[in-house]
Design a protein around this ligand. Structure first.
Ligand code: SAH
Length: 273
């Protein structure tokens, strides 16, 4: 598929009129995968290599970020937006602004853009602004970090269901929107993203609602990267282990019997506990 800086896009707005945006560029919401550059899709690689502008944050990791060609304008969305809690609005504005200049833009996001990546919101903003965009899914850290740690998220003998939840590290949210009672009863694997900071609350809620304190749990830091590190424990002792080992974000938390497979399947991978 040829890449064109002046891709025509049309769509129906709420009044039924098609809005033509011939001079606008196109935006690709691209997932970078979890960090191992070989887990970048071919499509992501091709688009990154031909982009006029790449807007990124730090989650894709150094190996991938340093592979963005010199010729592209590189914008660190994290730095651009500062620490302000409304930073997502600034990023959305920036993407729209650049697209209106007729540029071909790659908005590069860690893992998969639509898995806790706010990619959906960015897509909605683009639709609202009449800018054509395409989603390029990436390999989410939710399955790949456990995989590199030797932990399949499902397994016939251990779990036939899996659920992905956010640990709510969003500083603007004080209350957890999660139904801990249901989660404590969930008979499958629970994968938590953004769960490092609130680990203590999360495991306490699960135990308070009846989850067995001896349930296995793993924390996988910097999954799929050369310095991946895995910490394995139980709901009861993981908070102490986290402190002892100074576990830091980004990390995936995975809870359930599948964690037991780490010893058998995680052998050949880096970062064994
Ligand atoms: N869209 C991303 C998730 C963004 S939310 C994806 O699909 O992977 C940010 C959270 O993702 C982090 O707090 C962490 O829980 C997780 N994460 C992303 N990359 C990771 C990695 N390489 N290793 C461990 N966790 C990672």
């Amino acid at each position: 598929m040829p890449i064109n800086n002046f891709i025509t896009s049309s769509f129906e707005n709420t009044t039924g009129f098609a809005i033509m945006t011939d001079n606008y560029g196109k935006v690709y919401l691209v997932g970078s995968g979890p960090g191992d550059p070989e887990l970048l899709t071919l499509k992501a690689r091709r688009l990154i290599d031909s982009a006029d502008v790449v807007i990124y944050d730090q989650l894709p990791g150094e190996a991938i970020l340093s592979s963005i060609p010199q010729k592209a304008e590189k914008i660190d969305a994290g730095k651009y937006a500062g620490d302000h809690t409304l930073s997502q609005d600034r990023i959305n504005e920036l993407i729209v602004e650049k697209a209106k200049e007729g540029k071909m833009i790659v908005r590069l996001k860690g893992g998969d853009p639509y898995v806790f990546g706010r990619g959906g919101e960015e897509g909605q903003e683009l639709v609202k602004a009449g800018i054509g965009f395409e989603i390029v899914p990436g390999i989410t850290s939710a399955i790949s970090a456990p995989a590199y740690a030797g932990i399949p998220v499902t397994h016939r003998d251990h779990a036939s269901m899996v659920t992905f939840i956010t640990g709510h590290e969003d500083p603007t949210k004080e209350e957890s929107g999660l139904d801990w009672e249901t989660l404590a009863k969930f008979p499958g694997t629970i994968v938590i993203l953004m769960g490092v900071k609130m680990l203590e609350r999360n495991v306490n809620e699960l135990m308070r609602h009846g989850k067995d304190p001896s349930t296995p749990i793993a924390l996988i830091e910097r999954g799929t990267r050369p310095d991946q590190r895995v910490t394995v424990g139980t709901l009861e002792n993981i908070v102490a282990l986290k402190k002892e080992r100074k576990v830091k974000t980004p990390a995936i938390t995975i809870i359930g019997d599948v964690v037991k497979l780490h010893d058998e399947l995680g052998e050949q991978f880096p970062g064994r506990s």
